[in-house]
Unconditional design. Structure first.
Ligand SMILES: Cc1cc2nc3c(=O)[nH]c(=O)nc-3n(C[C@H](O)[C@H](O)[C@H](O)COP(=O)(O)OP(=O)(O)OC[C@H]3O[C@@H](n4cnc5c(N)ncnc54)[C@H](O)[C@@H]3O)c2cc1C
Ligand code: SF4
Ligand code: SF4
Ligand code: SF4
Ligand code: FES
Lengths: 562, 141
């Protein structure tokens, strides 16, 4: 069939026109005759991205009956989508168009206009060769399921479930214990300062339980998932009754499995048994929640309390962010219980990140809580030995010792990660898609991580993440709307594949499966992200990435090296 | 040779980091030679070694691969695979008696416009000194 390629060179005001000789480009590309049955229409234009520019392009495509389109203009980051949009409004398949960036890569990198022009010509001719080898691709629309599975019924999971259910999404909330609320449900007061949050948290729990769009499944764990964004299938199983399996169809998942605490008894410097007056801060919180006061094992109010920060921090290798404040909160609580209690806080570094923290710290110091900065500290029961920063040694016996162990990943986190096919950070918490840019998503589209499953943090930051993930899901999966999966995906060529499975190993997304019957690998298009790693790995050239095929790249390259 | 040698260099740049870094070099009006023609790929791991050998046999004087810094690949682990394949490719070059210095792998982030310009300057300079790719006239295939 006769091919008719339109090549349009944008002047971009003076940006391109001043630094490359557009007429020369037009002249050179018009003379291109390396392909049979080829007709070239090459023209300059002022501002192609303007309203008039776009109309002009549409008109040119239709009137000339263009079969392919090459645009020499700016960075694809600026206007690739603009021109794809133009194609979509015409009869030209957008995958038969190619943008060549002669602004950032030619006009702006050298003052020598001849050289810039020469490069632009070569670059555009490469684009022209490539576009002749491009194929039409058709974007398929897929129905999606807007329902969501939330794993973990702590404050993180609760907030995510509510934010989704209030927007009329059906939510399945699975919790491995027999109650909702996680750790936060046990706190009498919460930071910042000492706010009463019991009612607010209880209200959230109650709302989840009564919500018409939330199905709470207690004593339940995840067995397996398959699928992709918009179309996951999950199997969940009752922990009490292994026979009881439920299959759920959902479009996205929120992982909110929370945290555990570092086991201080494994630390050589902290020697204590269950009979000693040594407690974790969380146990004190629970005690307060249960009987509204703190007592020793013999039932008496402690007259002296030592509070030890950062237990296991060196071992885990990070700061748990919230424990200093949580400890200060408890120190204040001891003072409220009985103002003449001796409360000594042993710390090495204090982390007071919230804007109200400093004032609260000053306030409780004024109430007589003593802060001792130590270099080393060890306990034997409630006898404490320490070395201060200026190397003075001390030894003191207390009625009660409260430890702040580091926050660590919840039990079962590695297993859950394997089931979900998502990765863990080196600290063992779930890994986000991008630490700075994409903090609640994971490498797998449709799976989000929120709260302390993602790393140590307080309730406020946990809720923010839960709300963020919920709103991402609300945007990505709109009921009744279909999604357009990436079409520039890989495919295996049956005849060439020798079944070595190398590609299965390199694909980070598990997008390739092995067809045992045929003995070949097959790409699951809906899961493939189109990176092309498998193409680079295949020893027999049996995989091709659509729109980035070897012939296409070869054409682009050949012009560059000739 | 009376004529000055204008090297032909192809740069495979991943869309997410190095291509964006290259854009930034342009936006910042950093100056570098025009010998390098960029080819955009989604990830540096798309570049397969056999393809690069073909580039050399076709006469490329140099090939640059640009990817995200280790740990920053948009597809998580792609560039680790690139690094491994690149090492293998270098040893293949050795055993084929091709000059492996004509290959370069660089990690260039989206914000490293200056690094992109520097790499282009250095690499062009180096290839200029090495002279034209001898493989082109020696190989008959
Ligand atoms: C002593 C102490 C005091 C604190 N005080 C404060 C404070 O005053 N203010 C503040 O903002 N923060 C405080 N924090 C931090 C606060 O506890 C956390 O930010 C909050 O609890 C995080 O909630 P979450 O839902 O992420 O995790 P969690 O509370 O750990 O909840 C996780 C839930 O998921 C369930 N689960 C785990 N794995 C699975 C699985 N595989 N399948 C199903 N369910 C699973 C668990 O059973 C649990 O119910 C304190 C922390 C400690 C240790
Ligand atoms: S399309 Fe790009 S090159 Fe053309 S005017 Fe717009 S910004 Fe400038
Ligand atoms: S790497 Fe290539 S040959 Fe090996 S299984 Fe995958 S597609 Fe087949
Ligand atoms: S292109 Fe990337 S995501 Fe797709 S199958 Fe290959 S390696 Fe996996
Ligand atoms: S996306 Fe840049 S190297 Fe993979």
């Amino acid at each position: 069939m006769k091919k008719k390629v339109g090549i349009y060179i944008c002047q971009c005001g003076p940006n391109i026109a001043d630094n490359v000789d557009i007429d020369k480009i037009i002249e050179s590309v018009s003379a291109f005759n390396d392909a049979d049955d080829l007709e070239i229409v090459a023209k300059p234009y002022g501002l192609l991205c303007s309203g008039e520019g776009k109309d002009y392009l549409k008109q040119e495509i239709e009137e000339n009956g263009l079969t392919h389109l090459v645009i020499g203009a700016c960075s694809p980051r600026d206007h690739n989508n603009t021109f794809i949009g133009v194609c979509k409004e015409t009869s030209l398949n957008p995958y038969l168009y190619k943008l060549i960036n002669i602004r950032e890569h030619c006009a702006w990198i050298i003052h020598d206009k001849d050289k810039a022009t020469e490069k632009a010509i070569q670059y555009i001719r490469g684009g022209l060769r490539r576009v002749l080898y491009q194929s039409e691709l058709f974007e398929n629309k897929l129905d999606t399921n807007p329902d969501v599975l939330v794993i973990g019924g702590g404050i993180a999971g609760i907030e995510a479930a509510l934010s989704l259910a209030d927007a009329d999404r059906q939510v399945f909330l699975i919790e491995k214990t027999d109650r909702l609320g996680g750790k936060a449900a046990t706190f009498k007061t919460v930071l910042p300062k000492q706010q009463d949050a019991v009612e607010a948290i209880q209200l959230k729990i109650q709302t989840v339980q009564d919500h018409p769009h939330i199905q709470v499944m207690l004593n339940t764990r995840l067995d397996r998932i398959i699928g992709f964004l918009g179309n996951f299938e999950a199997e969940v199983r009752s922990i009490d009754d292994a026979e009881k399996m439920t299959e759920l169809k959902i479009g996205a998942m929120v992982v909110a499995s929370g945290f555990s605490l570092y086991d201080a008894s494994t630390h050589p410097d902290f020697i204590f048994s269950g009979d000693d007056e040594v407690y974790t801060a969380l146990q004190i919180e629970q005690m307060i929640a249960e009987k509204n006061q703190v007592t020793t094992r013999s039932g008496k109010a402690p007259k002296s309390v030592a509070m030890i920060h950062c237990v296991g921090r060196e071992e885990v290798g990070y700061c748990s962010q919230i424990c200093c404040n949580a400890m200060i909160k408890l120190a204040a609580r001891f003072k409220t219980q009985s103002p003449d209690t001796t409360v000594k806080v042993f710390f090495r570094d204090l982390c007071l990140p919230h804007q109200d923290d400093q004032a609260f710290y000053n306030e409780i110091k004024a109430q007589g809580v003593e802060f001792v900065r130590v270099n080393r500290i060890a306990t034997e029961g409630s006898q404490i030995k320490f070395t201060t920063m200026d190397e003075n040694e001390g030894s003191e016996l207390f009625d009660m010792v409260v430890l702040a162990p580091a926050m660590i990943p919840a039990d079962g986190t590695p297993d859950l990660a394997t089931k979900l096919g998502i990765s863990l950070h080196e600290t063992g918490f779930f890994q986000e898609a991008h630490q700075a840019i994409n903090p609640v998503a994971t490498a797998t589209d449709g799976i989000f991580i929120v709260g302390t499953a993602h790393g140590p943090r307080g309730i406020q930051a946990t809720l923010l993440q839960a709300q963020a993930a919920a709103s991402k899901i609300r945007v990505q999966l709109i009921p009744g709307e279909q999604i357009v999966p990436e079409v520039r995906v890989s495919e295996t060529l049956e005849a060439f594949c020798m079944g070595c499975k190398t590609c299965l190993e390199v694909c980070h997304y598990g997008a390739i499966v092995f067809d045992e019957d045929k003995g070949i690998s097959v790409v699951k298009e809906a899961v493939c992200r189109g990176c092309g790693n498998c193409v680079g790995s295949c020893p027999s050239g049996a995989i091709q990435l659509k729109h980035f095929t070897n012939p296409q790249l070869y054409q682009e390259m050949i012009e560059a090296v000739q | 040779m009376g004529k000055t040698f204008n090297p032909k260099i192809t740069a495979f740049l991943c869309k997410w980091c190095s291509y964006t870094g290259a854009d930034l070099a342009g936006t910042s009006r950093l100056q570098y030679p025009t010998a390098i023609i960029p080819i955009k790929v989604m990830c540096s791991s798309r570049v397969d070694p056999v393809f690069l050998i073909r580039a050399f046999l076709k006469g490329a004087d140099g090939v640059l691969i640009g990817g995200c810094h280790p740990g920053d690949c948009h597809y998580e682990s792609g560039n680790y695979h690139t690094r491994r394949r690149f090492a293998i490719l270098q040893s293949i070059f050795d055993s084929l008696n091709l000059e492996k210095d004509r290959l370069r792998l660089s990690w260039i982030s989206a914000s490293e416009g200056p690094k992109f310009a520097r790499v282009c300057n250095e690499f062009t300079d180096k290839i200029q000194k090495m002279g034209p790719n001898p493989t082109r006239k020696n190989m008959f295939i």
